[in-house]
Design a protein around this ligand. Sequence first.
Ligand SMILES: *[C@@H]1O[C@H](CO)[C@@H](O)[C@H](O)[C@H]1NC(C)=O
Ligand SMILES: *[C@@H]1O[C@H](CO)[C@@H](O)[C@H](O)[C@H]1NC(C)=O
Length: 985
Amino acid sequence: MLLKGALTSISLAIAAVTSVIAVPIRQNLARRQNEGGNSTDLTNGLTDLVSWDTYTVKVQGERLFLFSGEFHYYRLPSPGLWLDILQKFKALDYNGVSFYFFWGYHSPKKGVYDFEGIRDVQKAFDAAAEVGLHVITRAGPYINSELDCGGFPSWLMDMHSPARKYNPENNANTEEWLTAIDKYMAANQITEGGPVIMNQLDNEFSFNTDPHYMEHLKQKFLDDGMVVPTIFNDVGTNGNFARGEGAPDIYGWDRYPAGFDCSNPLAWPNNRSTDWRDYHERTNDEQPMAVYEFQGGAFDPWGGPGYPECYKMVNEQYAKVYYKNNYAQGIRIQNLYMTYGGTSWGGIPKPTVYTSYDYGAAITEPGLMTTKAYENKLQATFLHTVKPFLTTERFEPESDNSDIILIDGLADVNTPTKFYVAQHWLSKSEDLDEFHIKIETTDGNFEIPRSSKLVLNGRDAKILTTDFDFNSQHLVYSTSEIFTHQDMGSHDVIVVYAYEEEDGEFAIKVNGDDTQVEADDSVTSETADGILQLTYKHPSGTTPVYISGGTEKDLLVLIAGYRSALRWWATPINKDTRVLIHGPYLVRTASVSESSIAFTGDIDETTAIQVVLPDDITSMTWNGEQVQLEQGEHGIWTGTLEFTEPDIQYTDLQEATWKYSPGSPEADPEFDDSEWVTADHLSTNSTTPHDTWPILYADDYGFHTGVLWFRGTFNGSSEITGFNLTAHSGDASAWVAWLNGEYLGGFDIENNANHAFTDLNGTLIDAEGENVISLLLWTTGHEDDFNADDDYKQARGFTQAELLGVSNQTIWSIDWKVQGNLGGEDLADPVRGPYNEGGLYGERNGWHLPGFPDNEWEDASIPESNSRTGVSWYRTSFEVNIPDGYDAPLSLRYIDDSKTRYRTILYVNGWNMGRYANDLGPQTQYYLPKGIVNTQGENTLAIAVIAIDEAAQLGQVILEPYDVLQSAIPPVELVESPGYDARQQ
Ligand SMILES: *[C@@H]1O[C@H](CO)[C@@H](O)[C@H](O)[C@H]1NC(C)=O
Ligand SMILES: *[C@@H]1O[C@H](CO)[C@@H](O)[C@H](O)[C@H]1NC(C)=O
């Protein structure tokens, strides 16, 4: 995932870079038409189970469109749900998933690696294998992903040598990580019967590149037994590592055409890329064209417009226009980033982004379907079932509105089938434009449509198919798009669609004159010259047309309006057969036993279904329950899936008994900090320049996450008038200062990184005695390393801390101590891991954990009616009961006005499930995944409130499900994690 600010420099770089690429032989059509040539170099140590040519990758010899989606196991800390999400990928007809592996998530300290519990990557591989998804592994070492340090472990910040470069220190650290992760990746390759088919080298390495580093990675992967082809994800078509030293086996790039500003969601760019085919021919024509990240949503910053706006920007219309443009350009490996975004829980995100990483993706943070998910299914199923699309060459079609409508012609090199991808030249056009296309087919040449209208109505794009043999039929042309087709035994079926009310024509070859067409009045049919043409308007539902007599087998044409098409599922029951079912919210799986078919899936209401099945299947179950099917006309069965309202219960938090404790004793001058780490460094490996000594960068002292404390002691004198501080931390960070226990102020870093506290002499400063400055720094993670310039090493702490008024100041005028999470890199809680807790007094003392004895605390009620200064902690417990057979993903929502500046950390059963900024937003609702939250029992809730203003009152908090589904969600076990008792030992 790429960084916002970098985009302009990228587009500038394109022109420069493409011109210096060594231009290989312009492709030779004859060679390309001789498809099937296996270009895998078998002398290079790679497996031949994954091969490729200019068109596609082939897995065990089978050519396929790799339709992949990005999924991050570390953004869903409940391994039981990984299967749930990957089943949804498969249900949407994805055949691939891309996993980033997050070095820092597994390594709190140099030499320490953890792959247990929520870090058990084997469970992610198992889930992918179980549902049948190919896996792309992306282990970095650098991944970006809007993560703390871009995925690097925090301890790497103390490395002197540059990261992402070939040098002994970085090589050693890189090898340490790869040795640990490669064990899992190698064991799960296709050669071992596992799902892994490709492996990425680093990520988006486009600036300060180092081919030696890339070669070193390649060699390391090989040494560790990685024999699947390597890939690389360039930042756009910049030619980095496309050829030569450091190049992977299958080069590709990423693209985020809508950008990341969701505040103006309908303002799409004017143009999309139309020069990829030429670029591909010049750079890596012997490889398939790949986008290893294509925009599937967008991230949103602190204070941003929120994910519903990002969804609006990258919605189903975007998916139609931009993804179909990819296919028109020749892309046959496409990974949609993100397909499920999830949650940047605890301290895993980098400062730009907040806790939710919903991303406006096809599958929402709580795992719900969107229209875009269904649109992706329409495309993926087409790409998997209309095979000639996989081996096409471009040609220039003729059309009558070519100034307005761009039509890419794609001709299959093996059959006469041709495709026409139609889109507005101006991607964001909202216009309704008509057009005709001249087609040349084996059945004659026509201008289509022949008797109706073909339109693009606003932000739409269409793939039209001509001259296509499917099952026992021959399609002459269709101005409706194809979803899929299937041989059902006695008859074939094809599903076609377009927006409601748009005209459609569907023409097939027939023999003789005795063809029967059964359809309602909305469809007219006419046969001439052996071609049967159906003419119709797309309905609001799905209209069946049954054709018999003129073709080898009868043909059922299902003509769907767009909304109706979205709810058709073509679920495989074996390698060659799909069954069709219309209606359900989600169809996860289908399996056949004798004459019965068993579906699993989810519904959100009582749902009427239509089912089209092979002849020999005559009964059906849904989630194990028999469904009464009625056989209607033309082999369409109908039935009803009954939604039964569940008895879902959860505690009303307004009625709950809350406990309160103040939580910032560090502000008190009498506080005992003798156990704290003395800040006494005079130098740093950080990239942040400092003005005063000692170095006050917490990472240099082994504290990397969450809230940090600094306490400075100085002897008073009549000269000292105050002090001057400059904090350094990421976006949305804040700091609060106390002197001798008195609140001096709270500052957001963006506007007040620096503050001079003056005129304190004779008031707060004790001129005769010892004075204590206490500083709380609310951090939001570390920067990434997108530009490969070690920016991830930016400090978290203070660059300047000096006394004012002292004429003869030594550089070291204040003695400092620093504090962070309990144990620093030697984690007190390795189960929840390095990003769960920071340096709050309550965190260090286990106040967030289940079982902490809060009985001595004051009673409280929420919303809070007292003004509370400093840090405040609130604890309560809540019950949830979501019955088996239902999925009701749960959230906690804050309701308050944004006038007071305060931040909170939300702990559920000891897990840090979110950072909230009352003054910034936009996030108010926090997802509590099943497995972290006990959905059939009791839970512990702790909220730490950090007032940036002198005092704050926590507003209302409520529990709330996002939706209620009657669901085949797989069983999810509670994640095992220690309580307070374990910390005491
Ligand atoms: C800087 O890096 C070197 C080499 O990694 C290390 O030995 C040294 O301790 C680091 N210095 C600090 C202040 O962290
Ligand atoms: C405090 O330090 C900043 C530089 O970081 C400087 O611009 C400012 O003038 C200083 N304020 C005082 C009162 O010395």
